[in-house]
Design a protein. Structure first.
Length: 180
């Protein structure tokens, strides 16, 4: 399984439809400061179901929609499609290529699709949950996060590791249960 392409339309600084194609192996995104490199990673997280505006470096979810520039009017919606090569069947779905789309309108409505068919957020989360790329897995290490990990106290570092291993949510649930 590997990511094949990512299409952004009205997402953050990507007002016009932009498609990035990935080959198996390592992909580097290079460009000047403020050119949209981190926005690409935000789009990847967003299409996989991220619900926290802060994780996407915004104040509210609407901030993912192109807000306009001096020469271009704001847009009413953001749309991202991630296409995954599933020829090895790593994703539990009977397609060799899987596209996931998330669309959000400024009025607040959100739509999700798998291969062009409307679905629920839950369906996307379930599809990706065992693949190692879902949002529960901390596989996206953001700018500044690396320093935070390296400079953290042992207890804090443990939390990062627990999150990566997927046990943090269980620990939170246990702590909550014990408090009752
Ligand atoms: P650096 O090298 O400094 O990390 P970068 O390439 O990662 O830069 P990004 O953070 O991806 O840059 O892009 C920042 C740019 O995206 C800013 O110019 C910001 O104004 C623009 N931007 C963010 N959200 C929106 C939005 N909703 N509408 C329009 N532009 C946006
Ligand atoms: Mg950046």
């Amino acid at each position: 399984m590997h990511l094949k392409s990512l299409t952004l339309k009205g997402f953050k600084s990507f007002a016009s439809a932009t498609t990035l194609r990935f080959e198996p192996g390592i992909t580097c995104v290079v460009g000047p400061n403020g050119s949209g490199k981190s926005n690409v990673l935000d789009a990847l997280q967003w299409v996989m179901g991220e619900q926290g505006a802060k994780s996407l470096r915004g104040g509210k979810m609407e901030d993912v929609i192109f807000a306009g520039t001096a020469g271009r009017a704001p847009l009413g919606r953001a749309e991202v499609t991630l296409t995954i090569d599933n020829s090895d069947g790593a994703l539990p779905i009977d397609y060799t290529e899987v596209s996931i789309t998330r669309r959000m309108f400024r009025e607040g409505a959100t739509e999700y699709e798998i291969n062009g068919n409307g679905c629920r957020l839950m369906d996307i989360q379930e599809l990706l949950s065992d693949s190692g790329i879902g949002r529960e897995m901390h596989v996206i290490v953001g700018q500044g996060q690396l320093a935070a990990i390296l400079e953290s106290k042992p207890e804090e570092r443990r939390a990062f590791i627990e999150e990566a291993a997927g046990v943090l949510k269980h620990r939170r649930r246990k702590e909550k249960a014990l408090r009752k």
